[in-house]
Design a protein around this ligand. Structure first.
Ligand code: HEM
Length: 381
């Protein structure tokens, strides 16, 4: 545990990171911290407070509200529900990659990685193609906002997005109330956990957090997986000869090239950790990407990529404790299915020039990852 010059604390130690994330009583969410240095509420033109999915959903709540709302979505992420989705996801990938196969080169992030989670999340709400573009834009803005909103133009985009998203989900709630289907919104409008129906704001925040937490994270996991495989010929060859190694490879990418680099907590009372005194209301950065390379857990080669590492799964990329990512299983199968179908269809795919990293700090990955298929009969460099 270290104290930075501005009074924030940080740890890369795996045991400490896990202990902090598992102790939501003493290390609370920043969104609900009692003493915040700045007011983070946003309002519409009529002065109504806007729902901010990452702050107003169960992601930032304590029990019992956290438990009540997480229970609403948990069945949609059960191993059985995920197994049922695997076939649909693979069929969707076949279709996308067939289309990309007709081009010589394409962008593995914008033409492929972003299309997978958007369709998967849209399916939760029973909505189709017409809304993909809006979802993609909203998800992108939420994903970037977790780094902090720095400019007036960012704030304007963020506020506009919150209004559009609220209006969209409000309409959807009205539609599904009148005519329920078999989607998550229909389930929420009919459910009354502990005898209390969900409020409109709770439903909007719950829908929004699935998009906010499930989009950019997964796009970047898929992008990082493709980059790792195409950038390491030995890994590509091993996966081609034994596709059963793909889930392990995804797990190792989650550890070694984590799409989420750190999480933020705030102390709710004075805490002493490893001899360091942390006052109440202090921000604590839990650097999961560092903890993922802690040699005490992953050995002296923790910095190396090893797709058969036996304990990759001990990474903290999905968090820990009560807020452990509810979509972890889904993200894993989205990434594994992408690699499986990609390698089957394009075993020789090559990285092309022009790859660019995202400028963000919380989410790590590529903004663009150009790839090309070798021309038949031309030897690859
Ligand atoms: C590679 C992909 C993903 C990564 C790295 C990731 C990471 C995380 C992390 C670190 C947390 C805990 C945050 C905290 O403790 O402050 C979290 C929570 C959450 N994630 Fe994910 N996530 C991913 C994919 C998804 C997907 C696909 C969904 C849903 C569609 C999703 C929905 C959620 C939700 C709803 C929470 C809140 C859980 C709670 O508070 O109980 N995530 N995620």
């Amino acid at each position: 545990m270290v104290r930075g010059s501005i009074g924030a604390f940080a740890t890369c130690d795996h045991a400490m990171a896990s202990a902090i994330l598992s102790d939501s009583k003493r290390f609370g969410s920043f969104a609900v911290a009692k003493h915040k240095p700045i007011d983070t509420t946003v309002h519409d033109d009529e002065g109504r407070r806007l729902i901010v999915p990452m702050d107003d959903s169960f992601l930032s709540m304590d029990p019992p509200d956290h438990t009540r709302l997480r229970r609403m979505v948990a069945p949609w992420f059960s191993p059985r529900a995920i197994r049922q989705r695997t076939e649909t996801i693979e069929a969707m990938l076949e279709e996308i990659l067939d289309e990309l196969g007709r081009r010589g080169g394409w962008d593995a992030v914008n033409d492929l990685s972003v299309r997978v989670p958007i369709r998967v999340i849209a399916a939760f709400f029973g909505i189709g193609e017409d809304n993909y573009e809006d979802f993609r834009r909203w998800g992108g803005i939420i994903g970037t906002s977790v780094d902090g909103i720095r400019t007036m133009s960012d704030l304007r985009d963020f506020r506009r997005m919150l209004i559009e998203m609220r209006d969209f989900f409000n309409d959807l709630i009205v539609k599904r109330t009148a005519e329920p289907g078999d989607d998550l919104v229909s389930f929420m409008v009919q459910a009354a956990p502990e005898g209390e129906p969900l409020t409109g704001d709770e439903m909007i925040a719950t829908c929004g957090v699935l998009l906010g937490a499930g989009f950019e994270t997964t796009v970047n996991l898929i992008g990082n997986c493709i980059l790792t495989v195409l950038g390491h010929e030995d890994v590509r060859q091993r996966l081609l000869s034994d596709p059963d190694l793909i889930p392990g490879a995804v797990e190792e990418v989650l550890r070694w090239d984590a799409p989420v680099q750190y999480l933020l907590r705030v102390t709710t009372e004075p805490v002493t950790m490893a001899g360091v005194d942390i006052p109440a209301d202090a921000p604590v950065f839990v650097v999961v990407a560092g903890a993922n390379r802690d040699p005490r857990v992953f050995g002296d080669d923790a910095g190396e990529l090893d797709i058969t590492r036996p304990n990759s799964r001990k990474h903290l990329t999905f968090g820990d404790g009560i807020h452990l990512c509810v979509g972890a299983g889904l993200a894993r199968i989205e990434a594994a299915a992408t690699l499986r179908v990609l390698l089957r269809k394009f075993p020789d795919l090559q990285l092309a020039d022009g790859a660019q990293r995202r400028p963000t700090r919380v989410v790590r990955g590529m903004t663009t990852l150009p790839v090309r298929q070798p021309v038949a009969g031309v030897a690859m460099a």
